[in-house]
Design a protein around this ligand. Structure first.
Ligand SMILES: Nc1ncnc2c1ncn2[C@@H]1O[C@H](COP(=O)(O)OP(=O)(O)OP(=O)(O)O)[C@@H](O)[C@H]1O
Length: 259
């Protein structure tokens, strides 16, 4: 499968003047944001500011729901993915998403990762086995599951299930990984594992993460974007956003005065 691009660094996603509507309610206003390849960009801001909505625009997940639409441009390697002719199956293979609660399927550990690989690549079983192993290794869970691959995925711990979801997300060979509050249901040790894994994955993927947890953004993100009431208020290197924010709303948020 053709990846979205193999550039060594630079802008992977260029969002231009993006508006988003739930029916007639506007949830995003004139968002313009460049997202770097091979780095972690965190979307932060108070509840309801539009973080998840923005994330769901990047793989057009909203298209599954009637009445939701976006205008503007989201360029990925120069192509506007909001164009009506975009192949959504391919887009969602190229732009994988990991959700808040682990979404393991009621099947074995192996099949959880093999299923989307099989749908996308009609590969022979031996190739699929190799691809599943690679994805499980890349998600730092292979050693824990290699002897129990036929066991139901639901028997894994919460943190293991989330790493299995990450394996499933990377198994299809995406270029971009989206994480929507991936640690909100996890204990501190599992959270640390996922954060370390995100750091590793950012060496190869463009990673965008939504988080409520400011410490998490500070730990994992290279770039942080602060949103408020559907607007993108400020974006910058994470260190700058936390130590020297330019907008008073960003300052109030990162210092815990609201949110
Ligand atoms: N399905 C929907 N229908 C109508 N409005 C929605 C829908 N989903 C979200 N919204 C509204 O869009 C706005 C942005 O919501 P969104 O979930 O993107 O915010 P968020 O910053 O991710 O919030 P949270 O941190 O609480 O998850 C909010 O005002 C929300 O009420």
């Amino acid at each position: 499968m053709a990846r979205l691009g193999c550039i060594e660094s630079g802008i992977k996603i260029s969002i231009q003047n993006l508006d988003f509507f739930y029916g007639t309610t506007q949830a995003l206003r004139h968002i313009t944001l460049d997202i770097e390849d091979r780095s972690v960009t965190a979307l932060v801001g108070p509840s309801g500011c539009g973080k998840s909505t923005l994330l769901r625009c990047l793989n057009r997940l909203y298209d599954l729901y009637p009445g939701q639409h976006a205008t503007g441009e989201i360029l990925m390697d120069g192509k506007n993915i909001l164009d009506p002719g975009t192949n959504l199956e391919q887009l969602r293979a190229d732009v994988s998403m990991v959700f808040q609660a682990s979404t393991v399927l009621p099947m074995s550990i192996f099949d959880n990762v093999a299923l989307p690989i099989g749908v996308l690549f009609q590969a022979p079983r031996s190739d699929r086995e190799r691809m599943v192993e690679t994805a499980l290794r890349d998600a730092a869970i292979w050693d824990e599951v290699k002897d129990i691959l036929t066991t139901p995925a639901a028997s894994l711990s919460g943190g293991q299930q989330q790493r299995l979801c990450i394996a499933r997300a990377i198994g299809t060979g995406p270029a971009i990984l989206l994480f929507d509050e991936p640690c909100s249901a996890l204990d501190p040790i599992s959270t640390a594992h996922i954060e370390a894994l995100i750091g590793e994955l950012a060496k190869r993927f463009c990673v965008v993460i939504v988080t409520h947890n400011m410490q998490q953004a500070a730990r994992v993100a290279d770039v942080t974007a602060f949103m408020y009431l559907g607007d993108l208020v400020e974006v910058g290197k994470t260190e700058q956003i936390f130590s020297n924010p330019k907008d008073p709303r960003t300052r109030d948020y990162v210092t815990g005065r609201f949110g």
